[in-house]
Structure formats: structure tokens, C-alpha cells
Design a protein around this ligand. Structure first.
Ligand code: SF4
Length: 501
């Protein structure tokens, strides 16, 4: 076990603390290998710390959505409170386990023993296929060694992962941390001997595993488009039950519909699978994707053409029947931003900017090239500041973005839509996706007059710390603010000097 007493104190620190300080502590506690792997899988900068949701929400959600999987968090109570709150807000409908700690149990190694006891207590094979334990920031920085947990208890698989905000930049990429860990486990099981067949049996046609959470009808649409080539849609990763992992690894070709699943892709490649980037969105995207999948499976050119001819005209028809007119800036942290931008442009919209919180890699290269050829600026690891600057500069008729972008747009009277709730929760693939955005996008753009009316109505109520109803003039204290700013500058300087030592 690690010598936890050698670890710098990180108790009480969180995402408000310097990421550098936490990372340094994690390295000192023996977690360098994990952090190096994350740095390679999820390259950072300039978006190098959580600007929105705690990243661990991504992996938590993946575990909670799987049947017969128990989830345990190890971290500060405030982090766990926030994470469980949001997971229940999104309808988790099951308990999240928590192993609390204090300074003493953290530094003496007792926390690890508590986690091990909790896992032993939970590992009931009648109820669970797997138990997932997640180290949040503080236990990761302290080097709580989840890798030393038993790999299996009574036939229940035990999976320990570290998902610190200072190593995993977005909640999207945290989904990959857990999906990748599960695939690695399942691959080792396959290597060790026969594994269970999928509940619905094996497909009689070669399958394509789909990487990325999608609208539930999208995999069916993809399956229909693959059928003329003699192929079928395989499981969607992250999976909904353990056995699907075996079937996912069994597909010869894996479609990286969402490009950020780098750890998962590594497992598929280690299993000898071929990865295909981009997705069947819009006309051009679908034609290219079908050709790439066909080529990966060595499908005869006439069958690829048959699939393209069966769906190309229908997609063109749906796009023409549901036009979008107007300028749209788009940003998000789901990893599907480039795909949505393609669809909007093919629907007729002018999209000058798309920002994604995820990193640039080869699996979104085709989408990036297509968008750039249409004059769209693609910004990877976009920060909130990038997204807001784009909104200011391009003066869109509609801003699609994250909560703070939408909030700023409302303040300016610009119609706006939340990417996560309203855009990424719609069908996007093939003919079904081609017409699906127009209704919601056009309705939002049609709200311009209402937005201006609201802006006029609230005019004069102040902004920032002077907003609201005041009996007199707001009591501004620029002198207090200046003193506080000086304190912050001093602390930043001191932190910088410490980093250089
Ligand atoms: S676990 Fe999440 S909420 Fe807690 S300190 Fe880390 S990034 Fe912040």
C-alpha cells in the first residue's frame, strides 16, 4: 500500500483549489501513471479545469444506467452531495454508495480499508454483476489505491477508477474512463475463457459497435442503413448491461460516433477492431460514413452504393422539407457538437462557430474538415470565454450552448437553446435526424421579438451585483473591491512562486 503519510495534505481542497496543487499531490502519492495516461487520452489546454459540471458525473451516470451495477463514490461530502443530487435530478432511481472519510482516515489508509469493507458488503452476486468504486479529487490526490481492491468478490466484478477534476477535463471524457475500464475488464475475461452470449442472442450478420450515448431511436436508424450492406448495428457503448460489453468487443468494426472515447478505442484496437470516425449525419456525412464502414468491412462497392442510394434521396428530401434560415453559434460539452453543426449547415443555417469542450483527435477529423470547408470556425477545448466571444462577434439569430452561454444570450435578447437538454436529446442520424432540428431551432429563432420585449421589460433593473429592486441606489464599494482584488493577486503570485520552487 502507498505511504499515505508522505502525501501533502489535500483534505478540504476541491475544484476551487489549484489544479496544479492537487495534481502534484496525486503524483507524490504514486498516481503519476494514471495522470500521465489521462494527459495522453484527454489532452488539456486551454480548457484545463471544470468550467461546468464536475467531470465525475459522466462516469457516475454511466454506472447508474447499467443494470445490476452498484456504484460507490469516495470523495468529499460536498462533491458527493452535488453528484448524487444531479444524478437523482436526471432520474437515477437508485442509490449511490458513499464511503465517507476524515483527515485521519485519509492519511492513515483507513479510508482504503473502509472502501474494501464496503465493497465486500455490497458484492452480492444475486443483485450485482459489478461494483464500481470511484475516487473523486481528494482521494485521488491522496493516492487511495483502488487498484489494490480485489478484482472479484463472489463472482461480482470490482472496478476501481480515479476521476479527478484535475486529470479528466470534461464529464464526457469521464464516461470514457469508466467505459474503458469496463471494456478492459471484459476483454481480460474473454481472453481467460468463454463468456456469456448477449441476452438477445448473437446477430447472424457482422455488427458495428456504436460508441457514444445517442437518442434511443438512432441505433435503429443506423441498423436500417447498414442492412443493405449485409451488416447490423451492434451494442451501444457505454452499455446497459455487462454482457453487452462482450458483444461490443466481438464486432469487427467500431463506429466512434462520439470521438472522445479514447480509452475505449484503445481497448477495441487491442482486440484487433477497426475504428471508423464521424457519424451518419446529414446527406454528406451519411454517404461518407456508409462508404467508410463498408470499406472497413470489405463490402462490395455495389452494396455500399445500394445503401447510399436507399437513404441519400430520403435525407435530401427531409433536409429540403425542413429548412433552417439564420445564423447560429453552437457550443457544448457532449462531444456531438460537430455533428450537430453539420446537420444545421446542411439544413441551410449559417454556422460560423462551433465550440466543443472535448479535445481534438483523429476521430472527428472528417467532421472538422467538412465544417472548415464551409467556413465554420471549429474550436476544440473551447472555454466559456471562447463561446461568449463568438456570440458577441457573430451576432447570431440563435445561440445554442451551455447554461452560462444561454444565460448571457438571454441578457442580450438573443434567442438561445440549451445544447444538452434540447439539441443532443434528439435523433440526429440518417433521414430521421435530417428533419429533427428544424422545428425546435426555427421556433426558438422565431422568439426574437419576445426576447427583445423581455429585455426591454427588465431594462434598468441593474446587472451583476446591482441587479434587483433597490430602495435607494445600490451601495457600491469600489474600494472594498480593489482591496479584495489585491488579496487575490497576491495569492495568485504566491501560488505561482510556489510552483517555480
Ligand atoms: S470531485 Fe468534482 S466537485 Fe469535487 S473537487 Fe473534484 S471536480 Fe470539484
Amino acid at each position: 500500500m502507498n505511504d499515505l503519510t508522505a502525501t501533502p495534505s489535500v483534505d478540504g481542497l476541491g475544484c476551487h483549489a489549484g489544479a496544479g496543487q492537487m495534481a502534484e499531490a496525486a503524483r507524490a502519492a504514486g498516481n503519476s501513471e494514471i495522470l500521465d495516461q489521462y494527459a495522453a487520452d484527454y489532452p488539456q489546454g486551454p480548457h484545463d479545469k471544470p468550467q461546468s459540471m464536475c467531470p465525475a458525473f459522466g462516469s457516475l451516470r454511466v454506472g447508474l444506467r447499467m443494470r445490476r451495477v452498484a456504484t460507490v463514490l469516495s470523495g468529499s461530502a460536498c462533491c458527493v452531495y452535488g453528484l448524487t443530487f444531479v444524478s437523482h435530478f436526471y432520474g437515477a432511481r437508485r442509490s449511490v454508495g458513499y464511503v465517507p472519510f476524515n483527515s485521519e482516515s485519509l492519511v492513515t489508509g483507513k479510508l482504503f480499508e473502509d472502501i474494501r469493507d464496503a465493497v465486500h458488503e455490497l458484492a452480492d452476486p444475486d443483485r450485482y454483476d459489478a461494483v464500481v468504486v470511484t475516487n473523486l479529487c481528494v482521494p485521488t490526490a491522496s493516492g487511495v489505491p483502488l487498484r489494490l481492491l480485489p478484482k472479484e468478490i463472489n463472482g461480482v466484478r470490482i472496478i476501481g477508477i480515479d476521476v479527478p477534476g484535475f486529470g479528466v477535463p470534461t464529464h464526457a471524457e469521464a464516461k470514457d474512463v469508466l467505459a474503458g475500464a469496463m471494456l478492459a475488464y471484459a476483454r481480460a475475461e474473454i481472453q481467460a475463457g468463454p463468456v456469456a452470449a448477449p441476452a438477445q442472442g448473437r446477430s447472424d450478420r457482422p455488427t458495428v459497435t456504436l460508441l457514444g450515448e445517442m437518442f434511443p431511436a438512432d441505433p435503429m436508424m443506423i441498423g436500417a442503413m447498414l442492412a443493405p450492406m449485409g451488416l447490423a448495428a451492434g451494442p451501444v457503448v457505454p452499455c446497459r448491461e455487462w454482457r453487452e460489453l462482450y458483444a461490443a468487443l466481438d464486432s469487427g468494426v467500431v463506429a466512434a460516433i462520439h470521438p472522445f472515447y479514447t480509452a475505449s478505442i484503445r481497448e477495441f484496437q487491442a482486440a484487433g477492431r477497426t475504428i471508423v470516425g464521424s457519424a451518419p449525419v446529414g446527406h454528406d456525412g451519411t454517404m461518407e460514413w456508409l462508404a467508410a464502414i463498408g470499406a472497413a468491412y470489405n463490402v462490395a462497392p455495389d452494396l455500399i452504393a445500394a445503401a447510399q442510394n436507399a437513404f441519400g434521396p430520403a435525407i435530401k428530401g427531409a433536409l429540403a422539407a425542413n429548412p433552417i434560415k439564420g445564423r447560429i453559434t453552437l457550443s457544448g460539452y457532449e462531444g456531438s457538437e460537430l455533428l450537430v453543426a453539420r446537420l444545421l449547415i446542411e439544413s441551410g443555417a449559417d454556422v460560423p462557430y462551433v465550440g466543443t469542450a472535448c479535445a481534438k483527435n483523429e476521430w472527428s477529423a472528417a467532421d472538422r474538415a467538412w465544417l472548415e470547408a464551409k467556413g465554420c470556425v471549429v474550436k476544440y477545448r473551447a472555454s466559456l470565454e471562447d463561446d461568449l466571444a463568438a456570440m458577441e462577434a457573430f451576432k447570431p439569430d440563435l445561440a445554442v450552448g451551455t447554461t452560462p452561454v444561454v444565460q448571457k444570450a438571454k441578457e442580450r435578447g438573443v434567442p438561445s437553446l440549451y445544447f444538452t437538454n434540447l439539441i443532443s436529446a434528439r435523433p440526429l442520424m440518417g433521414p430521421a435526424g435530417a428533419g429533427s432540428l428544424a422545428q425546435v431551432v426555427n421556433a426558438a429563432m422565431g422568439n426574437k421579438t419576445r426576447m427583445e420585449g423581455m429585455k426591454a421589460f427588465f431594462e434598468g433593473v441593474g446587472t451583476g451585483d446591482t441587479s434587483g429592486i433597490w430602495e435607494g441606489a445600490p451601495n457600491l464599494r469600489p474600494d472594498f473591491r480593489a482591496i479584495h482584488q489585491k488579496k487575490l493577486d497576491k495569492a495568485a503570485k504566491a501560488a505561482k512562486a510556489e510552483e517555480m520552487i
